[in-house]
Design a protein around this ligand. Structure first.
Ligand SMILES: C[S@@+](CC[C@H](N)C(=O)[O-])C[C@H]1O[C@@H](n2cnc3c(N)ncnc32)[C@H](O)[C@@H]1O
Length: 451
């Protein structure tokens, strides 16, 4: 049987070399592993730890490897990273064990010829103290470079956050971008309630807190992937971050309304929206990809939400045949910088590829707004922390569309999020949520039916 370390190394190769999504790759690897719960947890720690600390680990390795890391075999590279990760960050693992295990694994993973090299590099690091001394630049002289290396974030991201939110806040955001985040569930009020579901999950050994202030929300801690097949399949809950739950609540959709969710897959917010409407009325959920709309239909069925229908459609193309809606949710595709603690690979995206997003987001917002009735409300949201994709898209829209006005967020949402006025940026270090942004807009009564 493969060890937790070997499974972690193989999963890391699948993400770093083959571009797999971290959560899917790990879930699949653990399912097939035959590991017990303790080893699964260790494997998860190694996998996410190495993935999110890669910039720091590679800076250490660059000091001790003569050839560039890029030129090493993928197995050798990941075995080095996993050993340095354990030495730097895992107090319970003796440094010698971290080195020996990687050397030993190289023999089992068809790169035994590199075992001497692995041993040499890792022992040299240990001889120098096995710490980040000598790797980190002087903090006072190079604060951004220091933060980037310490928290393993690309320099462009540190600079962007420092420019958008100030260096102090940026450090807070970087500090919570590493480490395993809490897991939140949205209780399906059509089938259960927070107290009973919490009791059922506690019986199965989960540590559960009822987040009463959020409403229908549970926080589950001390777990990796939570294994609760029966209650899940029966539709008692979905996994959904606090931020998304609050974002949908801010729309104040009521039973009997017509609601449109324009970028809806895999359907998390669609489901919460339909639940807020007590499954009465209509929720039309769009997504660009047909295969993704199936995820929404499957989820709605599991949850018993019969008011949801789906269409595969491009939200940046207007279809007047859809008519008008009381509420529109515009949860646009974004850079995802608010969820890097859940998906660490996001931090390695090419920033140039992200530059086109605000224009795409603006176009989707402009088209989605056409579906709103006079007096109707729209939420624009992203799971990113980047003013160009957030505040600036909405501010531009308000400037160019006088028939819309900012609508103050409901009092309760403002109290919980600290949001002022019509928009709020949720910082992970504040509420414990993902990084998230939402803004509430209203078509004025004089705004007419459609643009
Ligand atoms: C942020 S995700 C939506 C998450 C979803 N609202 C939820 O809560 O589960 C963005 C979605 O937009 C979809 N998308 C991207 N471009 C689109 C477009 N032009 N029209 C419609 N959907 C689009 C993507 O396929 C993706 O599923």
């Amino acid at each position: 049987m493969k060890s937790a370390r070997q499974i972690a190394v193989q999963a890391l190769i699948k993400v770093n070399q083959d571009g797999g999504y971290s959560n899917l790759v790990l879930d699949h690897a653990l399912e097939e592993s035959g590991l017990d719960a303790r080893d699964k947890a260790f494997c998860t720690t190694l996998f996410y730890g190495v993935l999110e600390r890669r910039i720091t680990l590679d800076a250490v390795l660059a000091r001790y490897c003569r050839q560039p890391l890029k030129k090493l075999m993928p197995q050798v590279r990941e075995l080095l990273r996993i050993a340095v990760y354990q030495i730097l960050y895992l107090e319970g693992v003796p440094a010698s064990a971290a080195v020996n295990e990687s050397v030993e694994l190289s023999r089992r993973m068809k790169c035994g010829h590199a075992s001497g090299f692995l041993n040499g590099v890792l022992r040299a690091f240990l001889r120098d103290g096995g710490s980040l001394d000598g790797v980190l630049p002087d903090r006072a002289e190079h604060p951004e470079e220091y933060l980037g290396l310490f928290y393993s974030a690309p320099l462009w991201l540190v600079r962007q956050w420092a420019a958008d939110y100030g260096i102090e806040r940026a450090e807070g955001m970087l500090a919570v971008s590493v480490g395993r985040p809490p897991l939140y569930l949205r209780v399906n009020p059509l089938k259960n309630n927070p107290a009973d579901l919490a009791a059922a999950l506690r019986k199965k050994g989960f540590a559960v807190t009822v987040r009463e202030e959020i409403g229908n929300c549970l926080e589950v801690s001390g777990t990796g992937a939570v294994d609760y097949p029966v209650l899940y399949k029966r539709g008692h809950f979905t996994v959904q971050d606090l931020s998304s739950q609050l974002c949908v609540q801010a729309l104040e959709a009521r039973p009997g309304m017509r609601c449109l969710d324009v970028c809806a897959a895999p359907g998390g917010k669609t489901f919460t929206l339909a639940q807020e409407m007590q499954n009465e009325g209509e929720v039309l959920a769009l997504d660009l990809h047909e295969f993704k709309t199936k995820l929404i239909r499957d989820g709605a069925k599991r949850l018993g939400l019969t008011c949801v229908s789906t269409e595969a459609s491009d939200a940046s193309v207007y279809d007047p045949a859809r008519g008008l809606f009381d509420r529109v949710l515009c949860d646009v595709p974004c850079s995802g910088l608010g969820i890097i603690r859940r998906k660490p690979e996001i931090r390695y995206k090419n920033p140039e590829e992200l530059a086109a997003l605000p224009e795409i987001q603006y176009k989707i917002l402009e088209i989605s707004a056409k579906y709103l009735k006079a007096g109707g409300r729209l939420i624009y949201s992203t799971c990113t922390l980047n003013r160009n994709e957030n505040d600036r898209v909405v501010e531009r829209f308000l400037r160019e569309h006088p028939e819309f006005e900012p609508e103050p967020l409901p009092e309760r949402i403002r109290r919980l999020t600290g949001g002022e006025g019509y928009k709020v940026t949720l910082f992970p270090e504040a509420l414990g949520s993902d990084g998230f942004f939402f803004a509430l807009l209203r078509r004025t009564e004089k705004g007419g039916a459609a643009l």
